[in-house]
Design a protein around this ligand. Structure first.
Ligand SMILES: Cc1cc2nc3c(=O)[nH]c(=O)nc-3n(C[C@H](O)[C@H](O)[C@H](O)COP(=O)(O)O)c2cc1C
Length: 177
């Protein structure tokens, strides 16, 4: 798929076929995720790959009971290694770059998945401590995004976007184009 077409067509998928996503495919998608830019090329991302029912159930509980987390054949939890992020840039690295870097990797992961015929959904509404407990994450590893993955069952209508005329500001915020 062409890059722009992939970007335009990707949408969050919350209903999946039960077919597993092969391990080789997961590796290829994580490789794509790591091609993202990161501050000072620190690459402060860690990915926890979840397939077990019990763990998916615990993650669903941590995410306000969102049911489709249990139904997804695969979940990747994108985490920020805070120590690594802070090692070069101190507080700004720990608080801001750590999240920006992992968000960039997450978008790469989702686009690469879409290109491979795999649907994903970015889940951000979760209790961080509950996710940390479910995955046994150490103190300095912050869960940033839960990404559900699987072959799409139902494909919804893609939600619309604010028009460019509205979001593009020339020099002065709110100025007309
Ligand atoms: C930071 C973030 C948090 C999100 N959290 C959730 C969530 O907890 N549950 C969910 O179903 N979708 C979640 N979404 C997905 C958005 O609802 C979705 O991206 C948006 O409605 C646009 O739809 P599209 O991605 O299909 O174009 C989240 C997306 C982002 C970027």
């Amino acid at each position: 798929m062409e890059t722009l077409e992939c970007i335009q067509r990707r949408m969050d998928i919350r209903s999946y076929k039960p077919d597993p996503v092969p391990e080789g495919t997961v590796r290829a998608l994580l490789k794509a995720a790591t091609e993202a830019p990161s501050s000072g090329n620190l690459q402060n991302w860690e990915f926890v790959v979840v397939r077990k029912y019990e763990t998916k159930k615990a993650l669903s509980g941590a995410a306000m009971g969102q049911e489709f987390l249990v139904e997804a054949p695969l979940i990747v939890v994108v985490c920020a290694n805070l120590e690594l992020a802070a090692s070069k840039y101190g507080g700004r690295g720990r608080d801001l770059y750590s999240v920006q870097n992992t968000a960039a990797a997450t978008e790469n992961l989702m686009l690469a998945a879409w290109d491979s015929g795999i649907g994903t959904c970015w889940v951000g509404a979760f209790n961080e401590n509950d996710v940390k407990r479910a995955l046994n994450l150490p103190e300095n590893i912050r869960p940033v995004a839960i990404i559900t993955m699987g072959y799409p069952d139902k494909t919804p209508k893609k939600p619309g976007r604010r028009p460019v005329e509205e979001i593009m500001h020339k020099e002065l915020y709110g100025g007309k184009i």
